[in-house]
Design a protein around this ligand. Structure first.
Ligand SMILES: Cc1ncc(COP(=O)(O)O)c(C=O)c1O
Length: 505
């Protein structure tokens, strides 16, 4: 209709008219002409309660059905995705209509919060954290500067303090909640660079094991380093960095006029959950004045298990630790953390001043998060950890993480006795990695086929990797919804499919 008449209402009470190539404003509504009932972004209490009720029903139905949902379903997902390439609607639609459209969009995915998700590194999604997000987003207070909401900033600071204490850090340690492990690793590299190299860092050297996560490579690049600044250290038979090779590399680099400054130690590698020999790395770092960053995105929360301090020895001595509450604390994606023994290094690295923030300077002992983060405006992600801890207590998380370790060990024992599989290693944390027994391409092809067939049953979802030229199958137990029955399903399916593959041989 707008096209026929040449008139274009813009939804804000203004009417434009097309005249040749120009669009002219011909009618504008006076500010006082907006009747209150027409503010759709401000639903009244009854309307809001109704909308929340509809969302709540959606969530409850979805979560109730999770155990029965296929472990993945992306058939037809590309076609469905194509239907979302569209212009935004000019007028609003009803919530039930929109939710109805969202339902199949959610279904066409890997069922990452489901009990059968044992692939890659599972995330979490405890419902109480979702509730926290609703509260945080709906109340939308500003936590980037302490002056804007001191108590909420304090709540988040307390959460950071709790995490630091759980990792064994001293009281004056600190840190920041991030959106995930990759960003935490980036900030660790920047803090280490600033503390050890200052402004001139072109010849700096970072030491990583061959098993280090790709996020560290990205972090180094973003922090201004190239491939030439990275030195890859080989690993032992259990995928742990070889400390003597590390020290040799540092000495060699020093002789060559380079500036070693950072050792990245793995507190749980993504492939097999290997833990680098942190005590050895720390001793070398002390001898050569280097920073040790522990990438515990996957593994750090295993420190909450009974044998946590033995699994991750001297984690608390590392200069910084990445940990991902959206993995080991079962929170929804988007919750990471970086902890530092001396948080002032991060503060120094990011120190800036701006006169437009003069009204909110200072914090009466409560941190200004923007001073130790690349973010200024940010969500109140502290509530996502604080609320679940208030509701469930720490012991629930300790128990859950212990269960994941025990389940992985059980799966390892059960698969070890199967003649078709060869285990790479005893699980150091909660990952079981194994190949199909036999050499070369044929065994690897069988491995890929077994993985495909196991996943095709849709009860569990596993993933693979390549290591030392071999196709490696993995089970990673980390979802809070994965319990004994589902891990048994995985083991049984693997054994049956291996038997079938062997019989067809
Ligand atoms: C060891 C390790 N480091 C870093 C990351 C990156 O974390 P995020 O995916 O939260 O960015 C991961 C993710 O799986 C990881 O396993």
């Amino acid at each position: 209709m707008a096209q026929e008449s040449g008139r274009i209402p813009d939804g804000l009470g203004r009417v434009m008219e097309r005249r040749g190539a120009s669009v002219l404003l011909i009618e504008s509504r006076a500010v006082t002409d907006y009747p209150k009932a027409q503010y759709p972004l401000e639903p009244g209490p009854e309307e809001l309660a109704r909308l929340l009720e509809e969302c709540s029903r959606f969530v409850v139905e979805h979560l109730e059905s999770l155990p029965r949902q296929p472990s993945f379903d992306v058939t037809g997902a590309a076609e469905l995705a194509a239907t979302f390439r569209e212009a935004p609607p000019e007028s609003g639609r009803s919530l039930p209509e929109v939710l109805e459209r969202l339902k199949p969009a959610i279904a066409k995915s890997f069922t990452t919060p489901g009990p059968g998700y044992l692939a890659f590194i599972p995330g979490g999604g405890i419902p109480t954290a979702g509730m926290a997000d609703l509260l945080a987003c709906a109340t939308n207070r500003y936590v980037g500067v302490a002056a804007a909401s001191p108590v909420l900033a304090q709540i988040e600071a307390a959460v950071v303090g709790w995490l630091a204490a759980l990792m064994g850090y001293p009281k004056d340690a600190g840190g920041i909640l991030t959106s995930g492990g990759s960003i935490s690793n980036l900030m660790a590299v920047v803090a280490a660079r600033s503390a050890k190299l200052g402004e001139e860092f072109r010849t700096g050297r970072i030491y990583l094991s061959e098993e280090t996560h790709l996020s560290l490579v990205k972090a180094a690049r973003i922090a201004g380093f190239s491939a030439a600044n990275l030195r890859w250290i080989p690993v032992d038979g259990r995928c742990r960095m070889l400390a003597d090779r590390l020290e040799q590399a540092i000495e060699e680099d020093r002789r060559d006029g380079l500036r070693p400054f950072l050792i990245v130690g793995n507190a749980g590698t993504v492939n097999t959950g290997a833990v680098d020999p942190l005590p050895d790395l720390l001793a070398i770092a002390r001898r050569h004045d280097l920073w040790v960053h522990a990438d515990g995105a996957y593994g750090a929360f295993f420190r909450l298990a009974r044998e946590g301090a033995t699994l991750l020895p001297e984690l608390e001595q590392c200069d910084s630790i990445t940990l991902d509450p959206h993995k080991g604390m079962f929170l929804p994606y988007g919750t990471g953390a970086l902890l530092l023994r001396q948080p002032e290094h991060l503060r120094n690295a990011l120190r800036t001043e701006a006169s437009y923030l003069q009204d909110v300077a200072g914090g009466q002992g409560i941190p200004n998060f923007h001073e130790i983060s690349p973010e200024l405006s940010r969500d109140f992600r502290g509530l996502r950890i604080w609320l679940p801890l208030q509701l469930h207590g720490l012991s629930t998380f300790r128990e859950q993480i212990q269960e994941k370790l025990d389940l992985a060990r059980w799966a390892y024992d059960a698969l070890k006795e199967d003649p078709h599989f060869e285990m790479l290693d005893e699980p150091q944390l909660s990952i079981v990695a194994f190949t199909v027994r036999g050499n070369g391409e044929k065994a690897d092809a069988q491995g890929a086929e077994i993985l495909r067939r196991v996943n095709e049953r849709r009860k569990v979802f596993l993933s693979s990797t390549r290591m030392r030229g071999r196709f490696v199958l993995r089970i990673c137990v980390l979802s809070f919804r994965s319990h004994r029955e589902r891990v048994e399903d995985a083991v049984e399916a693997l054994k049956e499919e291996a038997q079938t593959a062997h019989a067809a041989d």
